[in-house]
Design a protein around this ligand. Structure first.
Ligand code: HAX
Length: 447
């Protein structure tokens, strides 16, 4: 398999670099942690190494060093398409080299061989109550596949540590191959005719979901799906979904366990489900006014949301300090194909008004939009009005990134992750403060 061969060729040098760093610089301190960071979600603390991607605060995500505009320009495109093949992106993430069209197509061919979804997975999905959230269905479908894990089977037969990455890669290809089909199956069971189809061997991975939900003839939607699948694939190792996968993977749980856990993290409204929340907020905003709102009306609605103590979904980021380039790429797509769509016009107006409002609000470190501020409006335009489903598509793409992190973590022999916690008393002793009695604290507060 092309990816395995390439990684095997690169690996000796990577292993040598890592062992050199540990052997010669193992005691060198590279980062400090403040008391505030410990109470603030260890924000900004550099706790792991991954070479797959990096979020540069003022540039956005770099995938193997390439920015989003570079990725969209340099990766080989599907025939008849302006958007790169997802197979080429997976090759780049895994192998750390820009692929040729042939190499991208070789990954696509691997996915096609492995795309069939076992009947028992569909049975699991069918058995769930109709009220089940699509993200719960997605997580359970991935977990149901766990019995297929090649890694777990080989591990119990006595696999040597330096080969752990090989069946992890095999599992990653097997799982990622099935993801568009799984997502389409969930969509069809929940919102359409309940039929789960086999993917068409002539359709590339990025466009396959479109074909499987009956939108195969809609060229624009196929293009949107290809773009969506590229843009959501990875966002460094520290975000909730990627870090969850890394942690679970470090216990030598297989890719299915790690990916299902990551999807559960992605299902939070502060993370992936922000795209669903964003559509809810935009639609509530629109319903609040008889006609399309003016900028002033939009501004006062945004203040109402903030004053009621809620976050405005799609804005802000833990690391980014500029407009997310993934947002920009989707906005450009929208400007090209759906300028007059009302929801999309609202997205544009929010972008014109909200950064200033959030800056005045004061406490938000990044007043700019992230990818979730626009992605859902494009899906709704092409008929995916059931916005509670959108994060499943985000998850399909994100598993490309997190499986790559997992393969490389195993290839470089990373051990089980086990950071240490402190008690509040220990911290107090470390900073040598004397606890102020409650009575005195309120006196201080009153002065
Ligand atoms: N609306 C209102 N308040 C916001 C805000 C927003 N969009 N973004 C941040 N804040 C608030 C925070 O809640 C925090 O308030 P408190 O001090 O009262 O807790 C304060 O501003 C400082 O937060 P921050 O340091 O700027 O941001 P964080 O790193 O703590 O959080 C989040 C980053 C993305 C979680 C945050 O900006 C947020 O909640 N945004 C809205 C939800 C969202 O869009 N999430 C998706 C992020 C991208 C992603 O992961 N996609 O999957």
């Amino acid at each position: 398999m092309i990816i395995e061969e390439k990684i095997a060729a690169e690996l000796p040098e990577w292993r040598q670099r890592v062992s050199h760093l540990i052997k010669h610089h193992g005691n060198q301190k590279v980062c400090d942690v403040t008391v505030e960071q410990l109470y603030a979600g260890i924000r900004g603390v550099q706790i792991q190494v991954s070479d797959i991607s990096y979020v540069e605060p003022y540039q956005g995500i770099l995938l193997r060093g390439y920015s989003i505009p570079e990725i969209l320009e340099l990766l080989p495109k599907a025939p008849g398409s302006e958007i790169p093949l997802a197979g080429g992106l997976y090759y780049l993430l895994m192998v750390d080299r820009l692929p040729s069209l042939g190499e991208a197509q070789a990954v696509e061919a691997e996915w096609k061989k492995r795309a069939t979804i076992p009947g028992y997975v569909v049975d699991v999905l069918r058995a769930l109550p109709s009220s089940t959230h699509p993200m719960t269905m997605f997580s359970q479908a991935i977990l149901a596949l766990q019995s297929e894990s090649v890694f777990t089977r080989q591990y119990s037969n006595g696999l040597v540590k330096e080969d752990y990455w090989k069946p992890t890669l095999e599992d990653s290809l097997n799982l990622t191959a099935k993801l568009p089909g799984l997502a389409a199956c969930i969509y069809n069971l929940k919102y359409r005719d309940g039929i789960c189809l086999e993917s068409d061997p002539d359709v590339d991975w990025g466009a396959s979901f479109a074909q499987l939900i009956g939108k195969g003839n809609d060229w624009e939607y196929r293009e949107l799906m290809r773009l969506y699948m590229i843009l959501h694939s990875d966002h460094e190792g520290g975000n909730v979904s990627a870090h969850t996968a890394h942690l679970v993977n470090s216990a030598l749980s297989d890719i299915y366990y790690a990916s299902s856990a990551a999807i559960n993290g992605l299902a939070g409204p502060l993370h992936g489900v922000a795209n669903q929340e964003c559509i809810r907020w935009l639609q509530d905003l629109r319903r609040n006014f008889d006609a399309f709102p003016t900028r002033e009306q939009l501004e006062s609605y945004a203040w109402e949301t903030l004053k009621s103590g809620q976050v405005i979904p799609g804005y802000g980021h833990a690391v980014l300090r500029v407009t997310d380039p993934r947002f920009t790429a989707l906005l450009e797509f929208g400007k090209k194909y759906l300028q007059d769509d009302e929801l999309f016009r609202l997205v544009n107006m929010v972008y014109e008004v909200l950064p200033e409002v959030l800056s005045q609000y004061g406490k938000v470190k990044n007043p700019w939009p992230n990818v979730d501020a626009v992605s859902g409006s494009l899906q709704v335009h092409y008929g995916l009005t059931q916005f509670d489903f959108h994060t499943v598509l985000f998850g399909v793409s994100r598993i490309l990134g997190l499986t790559t992190h997992a393969v490389w973590a195993r290839a470089l022999g990373k051990p089980i992750e086990r950071p240490k916690s402190l008690t509040t008393r220990m911290l107090e002793e470390m900073v040598e403060t004397v606890r102020v009695p409650v009575a005195m604290e309120s006196e201080v507060g009153a002065s």
